[in-house]
Design a protein around this ligand. Structure first.
Ligand code: SF4
Ligand SMILES: [Zn+2]
Length: 261
């Protein structure tokens, strides 16, 4: 079967798989289409997921500005550490919750593109959505390192923006996408991205064109670029890797130890 037949008629785009595709088509192929487990270590996302959870819980029945409430929530989950407190304080400084007309946390958004072909479905899970001052203020909490100084320069944000756009438009709101970095060592958040209709049309065409390029792939050739490959989670098993090594996953021995061959 040609490799591109692994694509479904309606290609599923997520922030992370689109980011993979823009870095390397083979990375997208290994992960989104073959579902291969990583052969090489990747940075743990445990701390980030915990902080997302804590922020959700803190806002669901109280305020991030209420230190006692924050301490209670963190303590109830065994996470009342100085660094967790520091991250919540940093968030509270930038939280619009005191002035909102509505909020949602861990919110799933989806948007279907039909015409012009090819079709695709963009989905994203948004950490927090605040409505204030005529703006749908979508936040993505980050606990990793900063990759760019503007949200518009982050490819994953393009899928988030496209998936969120209808949500904002149907409520007569402008869309703003902001990445909130929680670690104190990151001085400033990237510049938020405010999108108008024209900007959203450009994003839609960019995503459509990317899906078109997926359909043109013959063998999902990798980039073979040391700068990209050296942090890739498939670098040890990828035929196009510029940074091959030994896979870190457990290798099962086929030698039973009692063979007489
Ligand atoms: S090792 Fe390099 S070529 Fe292979 S999938 Fe990863 S980034 Fe692409
Ligand atoms: Zn808050």
């Amino acid at each position: 079967m040609p490799a591109k037949r692994l694509l479904s008629d309606i290609v599923s785009l997520t922030p992370s798989n689109y980011d993979d595709f823009t870095r390397c088509p083979r990375l997208f192929y290994c992960n989104a289409l073959l579902g291969l487990p990583a052969s090489d270590p990747v940075a743990s996302t445990d701390q980030g997921l915990q902080m997302h959870d804590m922020l959700w819980k803190i806002h669901s029945d109280g305020s991030c500005a209420d230190e006692e409430h924050v301490a209670d929530v963190l303590d109830a989950h065994g996470l009342d550490t100085p660094s967790a407190r520091e991250m919540i304080t940093r968030h509270a400084d930038r939280c619009p919750s005191g002035a909102t007309d509505g909020a949602a946390h861990e919110y799933e958004v989806a948007r279907f593109h039909r015409q012009p072909p090819p079709m695709f479905m963009a989905t994203a899970r948004i950490d927090a959505i605040w409505v204030h001052d005529g703006i749908l203020d979508a936040r993505d909490y980050k606990t990793g390192r900063k990759f760019a100084d503007r949200v518009v320069d982050m490819t994953a944000a393009h899928v988030q923006a496209y998936a969120l756009a209808e949500h904002a438009r149907s409520r007569g709101l402008r869309l703003r996408l902001r990445y909130e970095y929680l670690q104190p060592e990151i001085d400033e958040d990237p510049e938020p991205w405010e999108l108008d209709d024209e900007g959203l049309e450009i994003v839609e065409e960019e995503l459509r064109a990317a899906v078109e390029r997926m359909w043109k792939q013959e063998d999902w050739r990798g980039v073979n670029d040391i700068e990209i490959c050296r942090t890739c989670r498939y670098r040890s098993i990828c035929r196009d890797s510029a940074a091959p090594g030994e896979p870190a996953w457990p290798v099962l021995s086929t030698d039973s130890g009692d063979s007489d061959h």
